[in-house]
Design a protein around this ligand. Structure first.
Ligand SMILES: Cc1cc2nc3c(=O)[nH]c(=O)nc-3n(C[C@H](O)[C@H](O)[C@H](O)COP(=O)(O)OP(=O)(O)OC[C@H]3O[C@@H](n4cnc5c(N)ncnc54)[C@H](O)[C@@H]3O)c2cc1C
Length: 493
């Protein structure tokens, strides 16, 4: 791996002034960021590999040519048209909180920062939908909805550092997904700008039967098929009450069975979180009950009082059948108070190689998948920290969210091990019939496994991409799709 130092890039960096003035004529000169340091701020998202590279003074990808900040759909259309005329690729940018490198430039791109599109357009209480501009900050959006008496039910850990458009583009999942679903279950309609500058509207009607879903080309499209400008999301009355319960289980299997049977019984707690032994121990070390029943589970029931009581009673009856016992609620309060805190930065600052990988497996496969991944990871490096939890559960399966952390060591040693860890996790997930990604998206870092994940579907996606974007101008090289010419291979270059 030949490292491109940031200092060396700065040395040779040149800005194309004609591009600055051409985009400035559309969005205003103040909304074109051209200085090296301003553009460096957009050279990576939160992909841990890119954070490791930056910590070592190097770049995973490239510094974008420019950053443009349009204010509305019309300006976005004109930016896209100009970029096409100048053969300049564009990466839509939300808030850079993605962890798979979806917003990392690979050479020659401009960034289209959506954050000036930052308002709720309307709330329609009769249809129970909200229309919101794509660049609105997630926490601010939910705060304004709450003020109006609603929630959209999408509460990712990164809510404070992500945009609504980023949620859709990555096909994200929030902490209350067992009740409200992932973002694809919440989106009723959207507006986007296609790679040739054509505006696209998917109207927010209740349901439709008019061929395959065009909406779903944008949800999870990671900016490769269009730039999302507006979304209409389902909303619900802000819950009257929320009740948290902590449970201790004698075995991991009992905890898994409990979540499965609750979801299969058509109960929908707002939050269901199960922790493996490593993550349970971290949260329960001072609680006596967990000495005999060491597996931690937490649930939150929310809504109106009578429904919450019935749902909680039924869920707890299932837990009891499986040996689950109610414990002190301190772990629940700790989780709730810290639910939007990002922990990875403290590990990065201390020199560790911390990463998280979320995959999906069905209940019948999860026990073997969890064991196989844990064993493989520990074999690759005995000093690795490996812990998992399951906090998005469905009738058929769950998301397995794993934290993998290598102790401080030289980058030359750590990065090849880090690559082997990723490979083991993704391949073993596929071996067990699972999906390589539950809610973080595919971005750039999952490119090597997209062919095995999608099979012939990847060719379908590439064919659609080629038809919509023949010049490969919208976020090239992501989602396992063809990169642009001279694109950097972040693992090799
Ligand atoms: C600490 C931490 C916790 C996290 N927790 C969660 C979680 O609980 N749930 C979850 O789902 N994710 C989580 N993530 C991942 C990340 O926050 C999400 O993927 C988020 O949706 C990205 O939003 P963003 O606005 O920051 O997008 P960005 O990172 O800026 O972009 C992500 C991708 O979307 C594309 N994109 C962005 N906006 C648009 C648009 N308007 N139109 C088209 N394409 C666009 C970009 O080109 C890029 O490919 C977490 C990340 C961190 C760092």
């Amino acid at each position: 791996m030949t490292a491109t130092t940031i200092a060396a890039v700065r040395e040779t960096d040149r800005v194309d002034e004609s591009l600055v003035s051409a985009f400035g004529a559309i969005v205003g000169n103040d909304n074109v960021l051209a200085s090296f340091d301003q553009r460096l701020g957009y050279a990576r998202d939160r992909l841990p590999f890119a954070v490791f590279r930056e910590r070592a003074g190097t770049l995973a990808g490239a510094v974008p040519r420019l950053v443009v900040r349009p204010a509305n759909e019309d300006e976005i259309i004109r930016v896209v048209q100009l970029a096409r005329a100048r053969n300049t690729p564009i990466i839509p940018y939300g808030n850079g909180s993605g962890v798979l490198g979806g917003a990392i430039p690979l050479g020659g791109e401009i960034m289209l920062d959506t954050r000036r599109l930052d308002k709720i357009v309307s709330i329609n209480p009769t249809d129970a939908v909200v229309t919101v501009q794509a660049g609105m900050n997630g926490a601010e959006f939910e705060r304004q909805l709450n003020e109006a008496g609603y929630t959209c039910g999408h509460l990712p850990q990164s809510i404070e550092i992500s945009t609504v458009g980023g949620w859709l583009a990555c096909r994200g999942g929030g902490q209350a997904s067992s009740r409200y679903g992932k973002i694809e279950d919440i989106v009723a309609g959207l507006k986007a700008v296609l790679p040739d500058g054509t505006p696209l509207e998917v109207r927010p009607v209740a349901r439709r039967s008019v061929g395959p879903s065009i909406r779903d080309l944008m949800i999870g499209g990671e900016g490769a098929f269009g730039i999302i400008t507006e979304a209409t999301l389902r909303i619900w009355k802000k819950p009257e009450i929320e009740r948290g319960v902590v449970l201790a289980f004698p075995t991991q299997q009992a905890a898994w069975d409990c979540a499965r049977l609750i979801m299969q019984a058509e109960l929908r707690p707002a939050v269901v979180r199960l922790y493996d032994r490593v993550e349970s121990d971290e949260r329960t070390k001072d609680i006596a009950l967990f000495k005999t029943k060491p597996y931690l589970a937490m649930m939150m029931f929310s809504g109106s009082e009578p429904l919450v009581t019935v749902e909680q009673d039924m869920a707890l009856a299932i837990a009891k059948e499986l040996g689950g016992e109610i414990g002190p609620d301190a772990p629940f309060h700790h989780w709730k108070e810290n639910r939007y805190v990002a922990y990875s930065q403290k590990w990065h600052d201390a020199g560790y190689f911390n990463d998280t990988i979320e995959v999906t497996g069905n209940w019948s496969a999860i026990p073997a998948m969890y064991d196989a991944i844990g064993n493989a990871v520990r074999k690759i490096h005995p000093g690795v920290h490996f812990g998992a939890h399951w906090s998005h559960v469905y009738p058929e399966g769950a998301c397995q969210y794993m934290t993998i952390r290598l102790p401080p060591m030289a980058d030359e040693v750590a990065l090849p091990i880090h690559a082997r860890l990723w490979d083991a996790v993704q391949e073993l997930t596929l071996d067990h019939g699972g999906s390589i990604a539950h809610h973080h998206g595919a971005g750039l870092f999952r490119n090597p496994w997209m062919q095995r994940e999608l099979g012939a579907g990847l060719n379908v996606l590439q064919t659609i991409k080629d038809a919509l974007d023949p010049a490969n101008l919208l976020n090239p090289g992501k989602l396992g799709l063809r990169p642009g010419p001279n694109a950097k291979d972040i693992r090799r270059d």
